[in-house]
Design a protein around this ligand. Structure first.
Ligand code: PAF
Length: 287
């Protein structure tokens, strides 16, 4: 596996691969890699000749007072995992390589509407930072396919919209969430949780599962289901930002006939903010 830290080096390697006719799959990450990321590499390997993984903790997607400074940075372990997963290239740029002219007054990519709801309400500017860094990385890597975890469902939806609206020549593939044995969605931020908190954090998934089961049993009062799930989580000690049932495609509130839905939640346990979701198809007989 090649490790590139500079943009020129990255571009030279990619140019040579493209000259040979290789297709390129791209997995953008912020490092502290876990099995969810490695699954993205695996799916990428099955679909392209080369897999490029970036590791960059992007400052522009962290809001004031968030965990940018303490975000877990584990580059040596990450590189070991990527070697074992048979990635072809790891790109670990310094902040100056990505934002060489600083960040004051720079251009940003906005995906309005989608970016301000759900997590966007609690993390203003977050999706603007995500869309901007993903746009920049797409320009640097020029992948044929890019892989993102469904765990960050809103992020995936924002990126799909950006790619469609701005005609990026890349196929976006969402990969189902990888979970711990207790159901907790894998996330780099789980590193902040104690073993006891990890057990409790899995309750988010089980609460969402119960709401989905109620829908499949014929319940249709989505606001009431959201409220019930919120109360369940609050009772066991979470600070709940939201529980929301939306349409998969555009995260709009569903009508009674929409079948491709996703239930999403964001909740805080101690100082750690966790997100999870379950995409599901409303069973026909339940409509
Ligand atoms: O999901 C992440 O790790 C980040 O938001 C991403 C897509 C790598 C952009 O920094």
């Amino acid at each position: 596996m090649i490790v590139a830290r500079g943009v020129t080096e990255l571009k030279e390697i990619l140019k040579e691969w493209r000259r040979r006719g290789d297709s390129i799959a791209f997995v953008p990450t912020m490092g502290n890699l876990h099995d969810g990321h490695l699954r993205l590499v695996e799916v990428g390997r099955a679909q392209a000749n080369r897999v490029v993984v970036s590791i960059f903790v992007n400052p522009t997607q962290f809001c004031e007072g968030e965990d940018f400074d303490v975000y877990p940075r584990t580059p040596e372990q990450d590189l070991e995992k990527l070697r074992s997963a048979k990635a072809d290239l790891a790109f670990l740029p310094a902040t100056e390589a990505i934002y060489p002219h600083g960040r004051d007054g720079m251009s940003f990519v906005e995906v309005p509407g989608l970016s301000e709801q759900l997590c966007g309400r609690f993390r203003p500017g977050h999706f603007r930072g995500v869309a901007t860094i993903v746009c920049k990385l797409f320009h640097l890597v020029q992948p044929d396919i890019a892989l993102f975890g469904e765990k960050d469902y809103q992020q995936l939806t924002v990126i799909r919209k950006m790619v469609t609206d701005l005609d990026f020549p890349v196929r976006i593939e969402g990969v189902p969430t990888v979970r711990e044995a207790n159901g907790l969605a894998m996330s780099s931020r789980n590193a902040y949780l104690s073993p006891a908190e990890k057990d409790r954090a899995a309750m988010i998934y089980h609460t969402l599962l119960r709401a989905v089961a109620a829908i499949q049993d014929g319940e249709r009062d989505y606001p009431a289901l959201e409220e019930r799930a919120r109360e369940e989580l609050q009772t066991v000690g979470f600070g709940v930002d939201y529980v929301s049932i939306r349409r998969q495609q555009d995260l709009a509130p569903p009508s009674a006939t929409d079948r491709e839905l996703v239930i999403l939640a964001a909740a805080r346990l101690g100082g750690t903010r966790l997100i999870d979701n379950i995409p599901f198809l409303v069973a026909n007989e339940a409509l």
